[in-house]
Design a protein around this ligand. Structure first.
Ligand code: NAD
Length: 475
């Protein structure tokens, strides 16, 4: 595909290949944007931002609404493209396309809700003749940098709110998965978006992404990706607003009164969806001593039945990792943990980019497979001898994106919600659950700021305060 720069679909002599993660077949190529392209894009976005500012909220709503309708009509094509470039099983590709449509629908609605407020000025001494209110205005140019694992929905989580708020947006999609983002641009243009309001530059992060983040004309960076890259971006961003949606190694706590059927079902969904390449995957299952052995048995039995393979085959439940190198890393971390005393209950073997779904028991907090973000199809089991120890283990991480607890005891469930350092908390389901409208974002090194269109719009707008100095008191 071509990339969309300054109102034109363009090609470049240097291209990047997009390959299907399962068999390495060539899906398509995209241009490698240059530093000069970044300059052109930002200059065009300045014009695009002025055009967007002049559109009414209702016009922005109508364009986004139409885009969501077009996405719904093209759901099958979008779902297949997601699975082709990312490697997730087809059912998950379709599910992502459906969620992305909802994200755009919610963004359209939120375009009409950019409220300000009247300020009670007479609350300050001597300010009886003042009348104050706030205005919410767009930031100007938003740069959206996205990861490979949800190549459409996470782009929508940035582009939808940016446009709803009246900004121009430049997308730098993940190097491995740029095609769904380019399709989204086609749809937005067809829906009537001014062509300078959206651009999509394909290319490598350290060049294209870096140049976009360093440009002083950009007012806002919305990034989703690894903590390491997020930190680099914060260093070059300077005086810009940033939203950082970063990684995690989410805990799932199982207390002694938990419903183990539900725990098993949730662990299968939350630990192995998208081959574990989800920022809120259940990575650390911490079970109370009395239920530990039974859970070990249940997980061994059910995870062994998962089928890893071709994402387009209906039998497959777990697809490949994005690259063979990642599969190799996951295999190595599992082997390293086994060497350090963990018990491998099933899986863990690798075939090219496929890793057989694995469960590791007797995992200790110092093992890499538990301590760092694994981003692969394996779940670690550890024991807790008390509720306090379970909370301590859940918090023993540099991350804090999502955490879950299974218990029938409302007091312990709410104590968990209060004491666990995590942006999202789930009670009686695993950490991997999200409705696209809800506020979503991490604590600690999982990031800062929130997504979910209403909350992203707050971060992509500026608040102005207006004070009218009246000659007479208002009443
Ligand atoms: P990544 O950090 O390697 O890349 C993310 C994006 O940053 C890509 O577009 C990449 O090209 C770009 N990039 C790389 N170097 C850059 C630089 N120096 N300057 C600017 N941009 C640069 O992440 P990934 O491997 O694509 O995705 C996996 C990571 O994303 C995991 O850590 C995962 O937890 C995280 N993630 C977080 C969320 C969330 O909502 N918190 C959601 C999905 C994924």
């Amino acid at each position: 595909m071509k990339m969309f720069l300054a109102g034109q679909w363009v090609e470049r002599s240097e291209v990047l290949e997009v390959r299907h993660p399962y068999d390495g077949s060539l899906v398509d190529t995209v241009p490698q944007a240059t530093e000069e392209d970044v300059q052109t894009a930002v200059a065009a976005a300045e014009k695009g931002a002025r055009q967007m500012r002049r559109l009414s909220a209702y016009d922005r709503y109508r364009i986004l609404r139409r885009a969501a309708e077009l996405m719904a009509e093209r759901q099958t094509m979008l779902g297949e493209l997601i699975s082709r470039e990312e490697g997730k099983v087809l059912r998950e590709g379709h599910y992502e396309a459906q969620r992305a449509t909802i994200t755009m629908e919610v963004s359209a609605e939120e375009a009409k809700r950019l409220y300000g407020e009247v300020l009670p000025m007479d609350g300050a001494p001597g300010a009886e003749r003042k009348f104050g209110f706030t205005l919410r205005v767009p930031c100007g140019i938003v740069v959206a940098i996205t990861p490979f694992n949800f190549p459409l929905n996470l782009v929508c989580h940035k582009v939808g709110p940016a446009l709803a708020a009246g900004n121009a947006v430049i997308v730098k999609p993940a190097t491995d998965t740029p095609l769904s983002a380019l399709k989204l641009v086609e749809i937005l243009l067809e829906a009537g978006l001014p062509p300078l309001a959206v651009q999509c530059l394909t290319g490598r992060g350290p060049q294209v992404g870096h140049a976009l983040c360093a440009d002083p004309r950009v007012r806002k960076i919305s990034f989703t990706g690894s903590a390491e890259v997020g930190e680099k971006i914060c260093r070059v961003a300077g005086l810009k607003r940033v939203t950082m949606e970063l990684g995690s190694n989410s805990p799932l706590i199982v207390l002694d009164d938990a419903d183990l059927n539900k725990v098993t079902e949730a662990t299968l969904v939350c630990g192995y969806t998208n081959a574990g390449q989800v920022c809120i995957s259940a990575q650390r299952v911490i079970a109370s001593q009395p239920v530990y052995e039974e859970l070990v048995e249940r997980l061994r039995e059910s995870v062994s039945k998962l089928v890893a393979g071709d994402p387009f085959s209906p039998q497959t439940t777990v697809g490949p990792l994005i690259r063979s190198a990642d599969a190799q890393r996951v295999e190595e971390w599992i082997q390293e943990a086994v060497g350090q005393g963990a018990r491998l209950l099933c899986g863990g073997r690798r075939r090219q980019s496929i890793v057989e779904p694995a469960v590791l028991a007797e995992v200790r907090p110092d093992m890499r497979v538990y301590r760092d973000e694994l981003f692969g199809p394996a779940v670690c089991l550890a024991r807790a001898s008390s509720f306090d120890e379970a909370i301590h283990l859940a918090n023993d991480s540099r991350y804090g994106l999502s955490a879950a607890v299974f218990t029938q005891d409302i007091d312990r469930a709410l104590a968990f919600a209060q004491r666990v350092e995590s942006g999202n908390i789930h009670i009686n389901w695993g950490p991997q659950w999200r409705a696209d409208f809800m506020p979503y974002g991490g604590l600690k090194q999982s990031g800062m700021g929130k997504e979910g269109p209403r909350y992203a719009i707050e971060e992509m707008t500026e608040l102005k305060t207006v004070v009218v100095h009246l000659s007479e008191p208002a009443e």
